[in-house]
Design a protein around this ligand. Structure first.
Ligand SMILES: NC(=O)c1ccc[n+]([C@@H]2O[C@H](COP(=O)([O-])OP(=O)(O)OC[C@H]3O[C@@H](n4cnc5c(N)ncnc54)[C@H](O)[C@@H]3O)[C@@H](O)[C@H]2O)c1
Length: 318
């Protein structure tokens, strides 16, 4: 068991990634503090850990409130005597485009996603320093690196978390405390369940693994980073995102060869969309075939490689 005798506080553990992490840590022998602003959620997860033979207690805590955080840490030390791991996972969204984002929504996200991380880390540091050991893991997001439409507040917080982590790694590394970031991609939790199907499909086009991640896959990253197997990993941001691509390129892949209108078709691009690429007698003559609504093919000469969206535009313009 990789977490034997360890005590871990996980914020936002009442559901989603935090819940999965609490269950995974407990499975590996940790005593877990299931901290969440949502008391029922925290209690349910702590009960779930208990039902599986693990050791956990639920702590209602608002990471944005320093008194609440301080009480939660005191209770942890009172019950378990130490704090080995802090997973700063609690997070919220309040999306709006820049011109429409209210100050309240900006501050709300900063208070939880950024200041909450600071509050919790500052509250456990005296305990970890006294122990001469500890691990702090912070939740960022792929959007910290790429930006995201409508997420000024969220991206500001998540990008700052990665910067803050590097500072703490420098300040605390020599004292036996490691600080790292996990940067999840698109994960199947309540945070992403409202994303419309079409938008999700577009988002997943840019994920090399071409699927949503599961909370357990993030929990495994938190497990490894907290374990002694990662003893020399410090100040690092670990992306767990299925391979995020800037742009899905249409580098023509030869997937099938067929004859259309007596022309040699050498590659098939996205067969689901019945688009095919063709090479006619001369190699230099390149273009795309699109199927019309009446089922016949139409040929449009073009050169070079096209992104999926550029191809789409090309067909729309026919
Ligand atoms: N789901 C994703 O695709 C994704 C992607 C990148 C990063 N993340 C990050 O991972 C973390 C977990 O996300 P999730 O998808 O599990 O979200 P979620 O919404 O399912 O769960 C978040 C949990 O945090 C709790 N919480 C909210 N405000 C709190 C506060 N002030 N104090 C304490 N607890 C609070 C909620 O009650 C909830 O239980 C977040 O920091 C999120 O930003 C998620």
């Amino acid at each position: 068991m990789r977490m034997e005798n360890k005590v871990a506080i996980i914020t936002g553990a009442g559901r989603g990634i935090g819940r999965a992490t609490a269950l995974r840590y407990a499975e590996e022998g940790a005593r877990v503090v299931v901290a969440d602003i949502d008391q029922d959620g925290a209690k349910n997860v702590a009960d779930e850990v208990g039902a599986k033979g693990g050791n956990a207690f639920a702590a209602q805590a608002n990471v944005a409130d320093r008194n609440s955080v301080s009480e939660m840490v005191q209770e942890t030390v009172g019950r378990y005597g130490r704090v080995d791991i802090l997973v700063n996972n609690a997070g919220i969204l309040r999306d709006a485009q820049l011109r429409k984002m209210t100050e309240e929504n900006f501050d709300g996200v900063i208070d939880v996603n950024l200041k909450g991380v600071f509050n919790c880390a500052q509250a456990v540091i005296p305990v970890m320093l006294e122990q001469g050991s500890g691990v702090i893991l912070n939740a960022s997001s792929v959007v910290a690196a790429y930006g995201n439409f409508g997420q000024t507040n969220y991206v500001a917080a998540k990008a700052s978390v990665t910067g803050m982590t590097k500072v703490w790694a420098r300040e605390l590394g020599r004292k036996g405390i490691r600080v790292n970031v996990v940067s999840p991609g698109i994960i199947r939790t309540r945070m992403t369940e409202g994303i419309p199907e079409k938008v999700m499909a577009k988002l997943l086009e840019r994920v090399a693994s071409n699927r949503l991640g599961e909370p357990e896959e993030i929990a495994n990253a938190y497990l490894w980073l907290a374990s002694d197997e990662a003893s020399y990993v410090n100040g690092h941001t670990l992306a767990v995102d299925g391979g995020r691509l800037f742009k899905k390129t249409a580098s023509i892949q030869i997937t099938e060869i067929e004859e259309v209108d007596n022309e040699e078709v050498f590659g098939s691009f996205d067969p689901g969309r019945v688009c095919v690429c063709k090479r006619s007698a001369r190699f230099s003559s390149r273009g795309l075939f699109g199927r019309n609504s009446n089922g016949t093919f139409q040929w449009k000469p073009c050169a070079g490689l096209y992104s999926y969206s550029a191809m789409g535009q090309l067909f729309k313009s026919w």
